[in-house]
Design a protein. Structure first.
Lengths: 277, 198
């Protein structure tokens, strides 16, 4: 009877130890962070207004605000403010040289949190003197899973040297550019990234964080490229239609230039005159 | 044809000078704040420099075509004199009635003025067909003005074309030509020595 009791205690201890190890090694999980442009611009269930035929009026050169749409407060896996500012700074550097852009101002997320909706955007625009705002919303899902080699974590030493965890981050960012006065969206550009990184058990948290940050960096870079393409398309579009009215403010300049159609007409006249001689 | 060939070295020198001046556009272009702070030469030199190579090429080619096709009989001295006067008038007007314009460069405003002026004069002195030149200039600037009013932006590459300079140039060229004609008629002398038919 005593032997049976001892055996039972031994199995219980082994089971307990095994459960602890399993809990200790169990780093698998799916985590995410996101911010919604629609929820931010139309908070508390507001319904977007009906489409109105208003024509945005842009006065060049433009002062542009660039900001992340805030995520839910308390979301544990959102990027730190400093990292967000760094990412926006990289986007800013790509577009600051445009002659129709006077200034690009990065708006901190704390300012964006203070009030929601177009009223909030309008307050920030007045505060910074912005003409248009580019709002970056995002959605990131980070997954950490164990690979077959994670079995070597049982050796304890393996937790330090065997890369048995796979960290994956799928990131989607979307920048929507709005005219502040008319509240009209001018154009938008998405950016995506999907990266994986393996790590040891003890480095899994750090690797996961790095993967998520890298995912944001790549998605923002992709978005910047797409934004440049969309900007070119937008410029061509407003040349063709009357969807946006453009005027120039003080300090704007340009050149007196003959354009191709007139030059071709001149050449035609010259040929006619030479032929007549 | 021979007289046109005689003008080729002068035209080549003109293009070369314009090309050399491109290197000094920062010093020469029309900049509102710098003109108001005393750099008066920019009123004239702003018309001789260009924003980009394509801007320079288009304006220079247009100037050469206009000159060799229609205005080879015009004396170089007259071109320089009227160029001096019109460039000052265009720049001063931009300075006074377009306070939002920060900077300007390019030959085309001046070209419009010279084309309008000499079209009127040659139409009177040589051949009525030159009235067509004036009509073309005015049709062009009016189309540009209507497009600008409708919100369209004229571009040469990435550079915004200041179509107001064209309108001002055409206006001063035409008005100056009619004032001169009226003045000469009142004095009972021809405005210009009749030009031999080509």
């Amino acid at each position: 009877m005593r032997i049976m009791f001892n055996k039972a205690c031994l199995f219980a201890v082994i089971a307990l130890v095994l459960t602890s190890c399993a809990s200790y090694f169990g780093q698998e999980g799916r985590r995410g962070v996101s911010s919604s442009l629609v929820d931010y611009l139309y908070p508390d269930g507001q319904v977007p207004p009906k489409h109105e035929e208003t024509t945005p009026h842009l006065r060049l050169p433009l002062t542009v605000g660039l900001a992340f749409v805030p995520s839910q407060i308390g979301t544990p896996f959102s990027l730190p403010e400093a990292k967000k500012t760094q990412l926006l700074e990289e986007v800013k550097q790509k577009f600051i040289g445009l002659d129709y852009v006077k200034e690009i101002t990065i708006v901190p997320e704390t300012y964006m949190r203070s009030s929601k909706g177009f009223e909030g955007v309008g307050q920030i625009a007045r505060l910074y003197g912005l003409d248009i705002v580019a709002l970056v919303s995002y959605d990131q899902v980070a997954v950490t899973s164990e690979t077959k080699s994670s079995v070597l974590y049982w050796t304890i030493v393996g937790a330090y040297f065997i890369k048995g965890n796979q960290n994956q981050a799928t990131t989607f960012v979307d920048t929507a550019v709005f005219d502040v006065n008319s509240r009209k969206m001018l154009f938008r550009a998405p950016g995506v990234s999907d990266i994986q990184q393996s790590s040891t058990l003890v480095e899994v948290n750090q690797a996961n964080r790095e993967t998520r940050e890298k995912g944001f960096e790549l998605a923002m870079a992709d978005m910047s490229n797409n934004l440049a393409v969309e900007l070119d398309r937008f410029r061509e579009k407003i040349k063709e239609d009357k969807s946006v009215q453009i005027t120039h403010r003080q300090g704007y300049g340009g050149g007196g230039g003959i354009q191709w159609p007139f030059l071709l007409m001149l050449a035609g006249l010259a040929i006619l005159r030479i032929a007549k001689r | 044809m021979g007289s046109a060939m005689d003008k080729v070295p002068g035209a080549a020198a003109f293009v070369y000078c314009m090309w050399v001046l491109q290197g000094y556009s920062g010093l020469l272009e029309f900049d509102r704040q710098l003109v108001l702070s005393g750099e008066i030469w920019r009123i004239w030199t702003g018309h001789l420099v260009h924003t980009t190579s394509s801007h320079f090429a288009l304006n220079t080619v247009a100037a050469i075509i206009i000159y060799f096709t229609f205005f080879t009989r015009i004396k170089s001295g007259e071109l320089l004199l009227y160029g001096f006067v019109f460039s000052a008038l265009i720049s001063t007007t931009l300075l006074c009635i377009y306070p939002s314009l920060g900077w300007y460069n390019g030959l085309s405003g001046l070209l419009h003025a010279l084309a309008a002026y000499f079209s009127v004069r040659l139409a009177r002195d040589e051949n009525r067909v030159f009235w067509a030149g004036l009509v073309i200039v005015w049709m062009k600037v009016l189309i540009e003005a209507i497009r600008a009013h409708s919100g369209y932006e004229s571009l040469v590459g990435d550079m915004t074309v200041i179509t107001e300079a064209h309108l001002i140039g055409a206006f001063f060229g035409t008005v100056t030509a009619f004032i001169c004609m009226t003045h000469w008629r009142a004095k009972g002398k021809p405005g210009h020595r009749p030009i031999e038919a080509q």
